[in-house]
Write a protein that binds this ligand. Structure first.
Ligand code: 13P
Length: 251
């Protein structure tokens, strides 16, 4: 049975003390969400050690937002998967569209990053999604299929168990414009079918596929009710503990 997951991606927001307060507030409210929902917060590198302390022994897991595509060594400014694991992370987001768009993240680099994350015991939240131009040209299925094939298909069915897919249409991120439940369900089902073609129906059934893009308390229930949507990757609304937990309570 695949997991329901509600993950907050804080992006480049909050100072360390603000992040600690936010995490404490999330923990405090976390009991409101159904036990079956895995809660995750993904925070900037600077926040991870203090947040690991706050989240220790709670139901809220800790995630990074990225990791290096190299194991270790002379790569100034990079943070390795081993470092993230040693800081107390259980997960890392990889391939977020903001990293693809602004920091030259390629599918080839994502294969390396995913490999290193898994080798160091991290679970991966792998992001895919098309931009507005691609959606309007009707290319969204092709774009997402290529992203899945180029990255995910390099791994085994065993490794797939440690990977969560997040579908985030770029046109819906931070825009207030959410994909409709029909649009989201359609492409989530397509992603599951793509995964099934390579890894088998059962492996695809067991893979959590999250929706991300202007997900908020007012629209989460409709999205989460879709059969192939297994939760959300939440940006802006994750910066308020009440909203983040309200989204998790939409299950
Ligand atoms: P918003 O929820 O702010 O649209 O961001 C979504 C996102 O990018 C999560 O990774």
């Amino acid at each position: 049975m695949r997991k329901k997951i509600v993950a907050g991606n804080w992006k480049m927001n909050t100072t360390v003390p603000e992040g600690v307060e936010l995490a404490k507030a999330v923990v405090e409210l976390s009991g409101k969400a159904d036990e079956s929902v895995q809660l995750i917060v993904a925070a900037p590198f600077t926040h991870l050690c203090p947040l690991a302390e706050v989240l220790k022994g709670t139901r809220v897991a800790l995630s990074a937002e990225n990791c290096a595509d190299k194991e270790k060594g002379a790569y100034t400014g990079e943070v390795s998967a081993a470092m993230l694991a040693s800081a107390g992370c259980g997960y890392t987001i990889l391939g977020h569209s903001e990293r693809r768009q602004y920091y030259g993240e390629t599918d080839a680099k994502l294969v390396e990053k995913t490999r290193l994350a898994l080798a160091n015991g991290l679970k991966v939240i792998l992001c895919v999604g098309e931009n507005l131009e691609e959606r309007e040209a009707g290319k969204h299925f092709d774009v997402v299929e290529a992203q899945i094939k180029n990255v995910l298909f390099n791994f085994s069915a065993e490794e797939l168990k440690e990977i969560v897919i997040a579908y985030e249409p770029v046109w819906a991120i931070g825009t207030g414009k959410t994909a409709t439940a029909e649009q989201a369900q359609e492409i989530h089902a397509f992603i599951r079918k793509t995964v099934a073609a390579k890894f088998g129906a059962q492996a695809a059934e067991d893979t959590s596929i999250l929706y991300g893009g202007s997900c908020k308390p007012s629209n989460a229930a409709e999205l989460f009710a879709c059969p192939d949507i297994d939760g959300g990757l939440i940006g802006g609304a994750a910066l308020k503990a009440e909203d983040f937990i309200a989204i998790a309570c939409s299950y």
